[in-house]
Design a protein. Sequence first.
Length: 244
Amino acid sequence: MNVDELGSILGIWAHPDDEAYLSGGLMAMARDAGSEVVCVTATRGERGTSDPVTWPPDRLAVIRQDELTRSLGVLGVTKHHWLGYSDGECADVPAAEPVARLSELIDEIRPDTIVTFGPEGHTGHPDHQAVSAWAESAFRRAAPAGTRLLHAAVSHEWAQTWSDVHREFGIFQDGYPLAVDHDQLAVELVLDAGTLERKLHALTAQASQTSGLITLMGLSRYTRWVSQESFVEATRVPRSPAAR
């Protein structure tokens, strides 16, 4: 499919780097096509480290905020919103407030397509699952007629191809990813060389999260691993007969 068929895009994610991993190529291609792209991030990912003594939350939050700004810049995305919730605690946030805030953004932006995690949270992370639920509720409350909701997904073929990597590096929580049949994918992008290079630069801009994994995997294998992006159709707001 042509990405420009998706129109304007609103991405709703939990932590800095979620957007680049799951939709970096999509965002770059949409911007190249002249479409508006807006990104929302629920937390600053301040607990995204195995060494909180060296990287205390306040310090890491500042670093990851700066990294995300640079990363989005590589992709041509200039419109971004923080929700400001605490990393690791999204599941404990009463849903009414984030759903109201996301509904306001959807009403203001009026995107053609919203992209986010599936209900399972892609990797199984509770923050991802909470953000998916918020986005779904806000979509149903505020999305204009014709708006699509897409969930990031992986096919069984992709999951099998990279199963050794996922086991070796603990990419997914136990029991994940919940892969789908290939014919269930509404959008499947195999990134061209130029788009893949931009996505790689966007990811390496978030070095606090990616540099260690790239070193362990090797740049070539890591590049191949991030070279595809897929989404399933969650739902679409129906148009009235007069609008068809």
